[in-house]
Design a protein. Sequence first.
Length: 125
Amino acid sequence: MGGKCPHRKVKKRRLSNKSARRIKFLVKGDDVVYDELLKAAEEAAKGTETKALPLNDDLPGMGQFYCLHCDRFFATNTVREEHVRSKLHKKRVKQMNGPAPHTQLDADLAGGMEMPDNGPKLMTS
Ligand SMILES: [Zn+2]
């Protein structure tokens, strides 16, 4: 007797379209966001006004409501404020205020790849 196992009727729950697409949008690495936050902090320290976000038809809310920490756009300011109060965002802020996130260099070092060592220069004139 072959056939399917009768207990596996329940399909694996798949991500809703929104979550599935969100992964696609979250392309920025932690280190990139970290760098941008540093830059933003520097600019704030200099006293320069944070420049207005460029209008973008493709983004929710024309790209006007942005969370720098999470690299996400929101449709309205209300949604953005809601997001800022969310657990996900707070976790993210904590992460970004902590030690610098891993970079490719860290990964390479951890993987046993040492800093490129091309040896002493042979042609020194
Ligand atoms: Zn956020």
